[in-house]
Design a protein. Structure first.
Length: 352
């Protein structure tokens, strides 16, 4: 193994900087992973790529980018208890302290330790490199029947959606509305389909994304985002609205649509990050007995459960990856993702 590697950094001016850096050496409880797939997230674009907007858990500290990696362990440090060289793994994208209440629940995303909570690609080196140093406790085993591109999307994208859908519950009674058909919204369609939703309706401004949703059969009907969306959704649901809605857009109008297009006694969950929303509590939720949830990322135990389900369902998150780039062309990959005219965009270090 060469002792230096190529790695991508995000200086915050809508470019990617490739640098040669040392290959890290795993310490106690750590592993070195050869990165096979590293997908780009909407939050990378929103909070880091154009400019460094994030604070606290979203504060980018100039590290190697990428928080959606999957790869193979090539070296283990002393004290590892479960994983070994050769294991294919997914990395939960936030490394928590491991001992606060949130970490003990498996929600390292919500770790309360200011000193030890560090997200990959934000406060500690991430997956846009040939190798990644990770803590063993952050790893989920990737089954042989799933690809590395499947694995890269389990933590942040599909995991985030799976968590949100567990909160509201999805079954065969439900018509579901998905506002925002970026990679997270497409993941919502894929999971709702497998969970048996009776009807899946999607809304997005981009034709490319609506087309992907229909082509992959992730939505039954799609609409262009607009002021008549609530009536359109009611038109497909006997005038009632949907039993469940999930907002993956973070757009104020789309969120209001999701709330208003949810029927009486229905449940709506917000996953898309940032932005705001305006609605009128009495007519929009109180009088119709609706519930609004917030759901932030996922937990390690639900990620393990999701991986098991993906195998059982023969569901491959890789299917929503529309573009792949070698690490040398990471610049193009981020530029495309920021344009929105795509599904999921992946960087595959080592690819030709
Ligand atoms: Zn992400
Ligand atoms: Zn913690």
């Amino acid at each position: 193994m060469s002792r230096t590697m190529m790695a991508a950094f995000l200086p915050g001016n809508s470019t990617v900087e490739l640098k040669t850096v040392p290959v890290p050496v795993p310490g106690h409880g750590e592993v070195l992973i050869e990165v096979k797939a590293s997908t780009i997230c909407g939050s990378d674009i929103r909070a880091i790529y154009h400019e460094h907007l994030g604070k606290g858990p979203e504060g980018y500290q100039g590290v190697i980018a990428g928080h959606e990696p999957s790869g193979q362990i090539v070296e283990t440090g002393p004290g590892c208890r479960r994983f070994e060289t050769g294991d294919r793994v997914i990395v939960y994208h936030i490394s928590g302290c491991g001992v606060c209440n949130d970490c003990r629940r498996g929600y390292m995303i919500s770790c309360t330790s200011a000193e030890y909570r560090r997200a990959y690609g934000w406060q500690r080196d991430g997956g846009m490199a040939e190798y990644l140093l990770a803590e063993e406790k952050d790893l989920i085993l990737l089954p042989d029947s799933l690809t590395y591109l499947d694995g890269a999307q389990v933590a942040c994208g599909f995991g985030t959606v799976y968590e949100a859908l567990q909160k509201v519950g999805i079954n065969g009674d439900d018509a579901v509305l998905i506002t925002g058909l970026g990679p997270v919204g497409l993941a919502a369609g894929a999971l709702c389909r497998k969970m048996g939703a009776e009807k899946i309706i999607g809304i997005d401004i981009f034709a490319e994304r609506r087309d992907i949703a229909l082509r992959l059969n992730l939505c039954d009907s799609v609409f262009t985002a607009g002021s008549d969306n609530v009536e359109q959704v009611r038109g497909l649901t006997g005038g009632h609205g949907v039993e469940r809605a999930i907002d993956c857009s973070a757009n104020a109008e789309a969120r209001a649509t999701a709330i208003r297009a949810t029927r009486k006694w229905g449940k709506m969950v917000m996953v898309g990050e940032g932005g705001s929303v305006t609605f009128n509590p009495s007519p929009d939720i109180i009088h119709d007995q609706k519930t609004i949830y917030g759901s932030w990322v996922t937990s390690t135990w639900l990620m393990e459960e999701l991986v098991e389900r993906l195998v059982r369902w023969n569901l491959h998150p890789e299917d929503i990856v529309t573009h792949r780039f070698p690490l040398e062309q990471a610049d193009e990959a981020y530029e495309l993702m920021s344009s929105g005219s795509c599904g999921k965009v992946a960087v595959c270090p080592g690819a030709e």
